[in-house]
Write a protein that binds this ligand. Structure first.
Ligand code: NAI
Length: 283
């Protein structure tokens, strides 16, 4: 199966980036968000990133224009009827995601693959909200999508080999490297990354060191390009909390309990870079 037309649902940090890389790879793309402001912001971000790439000499003006001509913003999920693949990138919440998948199952053509960019939620459970579990799969991009080379491809219990192969081929077309992962809480990336971030938050909570010093230890001591608290701000503290809860519930092990300070920040609306404040302040 050749995938030509794609819809991305959710135009937030991830959805906009995913739409951009699909359009750059020559696919026709619909970008949808239930929130008009978020949709507009997502489209503007894509335009800004492409314009910057031209300025820096990494892209020709012509390529920028043709990429943008393949992108359509839409406020209706009904455009899924024209698509071979739909990638969902809405908030990390099972109820919201299963509602979206139920709707998509009714609207999308029979052959279409339904993928989720979930960071941690079980693909098998998302798939069970549809009548096409063999065509449901996890396509987990990393942030920022246009830069990061990895895509974790998650097979749900009933995902078919054909579906897996189509998504693996597409990942190569995007110029990214696929890794095949089975459906376990947090997959590989977040099962390893999130407990480290959570531990960094505990280290702050217990007063062991300051935000800046914790990040400096991990940057200079471990050669990480970014400290764990800054990374948490970039991912979104609400997303970090959801993922820790998924790990905690999924494995039933207290080592995954979310730090109370993380909960407190999320309750305060300090969600990291996207809300202007997290462990650091942003303009
Ligand atoms: P975000 O909060 O930036 O964007 C989510 C967008 O979805 C919002 O614009 C919201 O208006 C929209 N939305 C919510 N419900 C909707 C619906 N029913 N229909 C259409 N649009 C809807 O979140 P972000 O960070 O982009 O995360 C999205 C997904 O990607 C989550 O599942 C997250 O776990 C996953 N992810 C996040 C990463 C990160 O670093 N932030 C990395 C990899 C995956």
């Amino acid at each position: 199966m050749t995938i030509k037309t794609v819809m991305v649902i959710g135009a937030g940090q991830m959805g906009a980036g995913i739409a951009q890389v699909f359009a750059q790879a020559g696919l026709q793309v619909f970008l949808n968000d239930m929130n008009e402001v978020a949709l507009d912001k997502g489209m503007k971000n894509i335009e800004k990133l492409l314009a910057r790439a031209v300025e820096k000499g990494r892209m020709e003006e012509e390529e920028k224009n043709s990429t943008l001509s393949r992108l359509t913003s839409t406020n209706t999920i009904n455009d899924a009827q024209h698509c071979d693949l739909i990638v969902e990138a809405v908030v990390e919440n099972m109820n919201v995601k299963t509602k979206v998948f139920k709707q998509l199952d009714e609207i999308a053509p029979k052959h279409a693959i339904l993928a989720s960019n979930t960071s941690s939620l079980p693909i098998t459970e998302i798939a069970s909200a549809t009548n096409r579990a063999s065509q449901v799969i996890g396509m987990h991009f990393m942030n920022p999508v246009p830069v990061m080379k990895l895509v974790e491809i998650i097979r749900g219990l009933q995902t078919s080999d054909e579906t897996y192969q189509a998504i693996e081929n597409l990942t190569h077309r995007l110029g990214k490297t696929p890794v095949e992962v089975s459906d376990f809480p947090g997959f590989v990336s977040n099962r390893i990354l999130m407990p480290m971030i959570n531990e960094a938050i505990y280290t702050l909570y217990e007063g062991v060191a300051s935000v800046e010093d914790i990040d400096t230890v991990m940057k200079l001591g471990m050669n990480h390009p970014m400290g764990p608290l800054q990374l948490a701000d970039f991912i979104g503290l609400d997303t970090c909390l959801y993922i820790m809860e998924v790990l905690h519930e999924g494995f039933g092990d207290s080592k995954y309990r979310p730090c109370p300070l993380l909960r407190k920040y999320v309750k305060a609306g300090w969600l990291g870079k996207k809300s202007g404040r997290g462990f650091y302040q942003y303009d």
